[in-house]
Design a protein around this ligand. Structure first.
Ligand SMILES: Nc1ncnc2c1ncn2[C@@H]1O[C@H](COP(=O)(O)OP(=O)(O)OP(=O)(O)O)[C@@H](O)[C@H]1O
Ligand SMILES: [Mg+2]
Length: 224
């Protein structure tokens, strides 16, 4: 069974009564443990597609299934819960909360879910260690480099043990060497926990180094 299934998904934004077509009848299946790069030009709809898969946005038409569950059958509360439990996001702009430390940012999805604090703290520390930021636990986002913030965002995305990881340019601000370290780390964590990952990147070398690539063009997907 597909972990992520899209059936004829279209998305149009509406701007001053002017429709902005972005996704045009997209159908795709991604299976458990699959690692896929999503490439395409700026403005082609990569972030939109990720947000629709991650239930942050609803399609204009079409259906989204996560682990076989049709999202449109769920109410907003059920969708939030499912997102919190199943989906890890690394956002294009990393979205860390400015007033919280690195450790607190990583713990945040668990606090929202009401998980026990001691357990959360232990797991968050281990994840910060895994992204080599054990020495930055008490730093706030403005007290970290762009690449460090991105690694905190990756640790946060993994906190709840998601089955799906949606990463939007997770290495966009990193130098070549750090980018390669972060990529290896993501691949290693996905393999260890059977996580299904869709990773958006403009870096064609990075995309080619992942097992599968899909390109979005004129609102449609092309396998590469
Ligand atoms: N809320 C919105 N209202 C209207 N148009 C929008 C909205 N959000 C996105 N768009 C438009 O939809 C298109 C796709 O945006 P999206 O962010 O998915 O692109 P992208 O492929 O992620 O680009 P990039 O590589 O630059 O991040 C863009 O042309 C954008 O201007
Ligand atoms: Mg984008």
């Amino acid at each position: 069974m597909a972990v992520i299934k899209l059936e004829n998904v279209s998305k149009n934004y509406q701007l001053e009564n002017q429709p902005v077509p972005v996704l045009d009848n997209v159908t795709m299946d991604i299976h458990q443990g699959e690692i896929m790069a999503l490439v395409g030009r700026s403005g082609s709809g990569k972030t939109t597609l990720l947000h629709i898969i991650g239930t942050l946005e609803r399609p204009t038409t079409g259906k989204v299934y996560l682990d076989g569950v049709n999202i449109s059958d769920l109410n907003d509360n059920q969708i939030s819960k499912l997102r919190n439990q199943k989906v890890g996001f690394v956002f294009q702009t990393n979205n860390l909360l400015p007033e919280f430390t690195a450790l607190e940012n990583v713990m945040m999805p668990g606090m929202i879910a009401g998980a026990p604090m001691a357990q959360l703290k232990k797991r968050a520390k281990a994840l910060l260690g895994a992204v080599e930021l054990g020495h930055r636990e008490t730093h706030r986002p403005t007290e970290m480099s762009g690449g460090e913030q991105q690694r905190v965002a990756i640790a946060r995305a993994l906190l709840m043990g998601p089955s799906i990881l949606l990463a939007d340019e997770p290495t966009g601000n990193l130098d070549h060497k750090t980018s390669s370290i972060v990529k290896d780390l993501l691949l290693q964590l996905c393999a260890a926990h059977k996580i299904t990952m869709l990773l958006v990147t403009h870096d064609l070398e990075l995309a080619q180094s992942l097992p599968k690539q899909v390109m979005i063009k004129d609102g449609q997907l092309e396998n590469r």
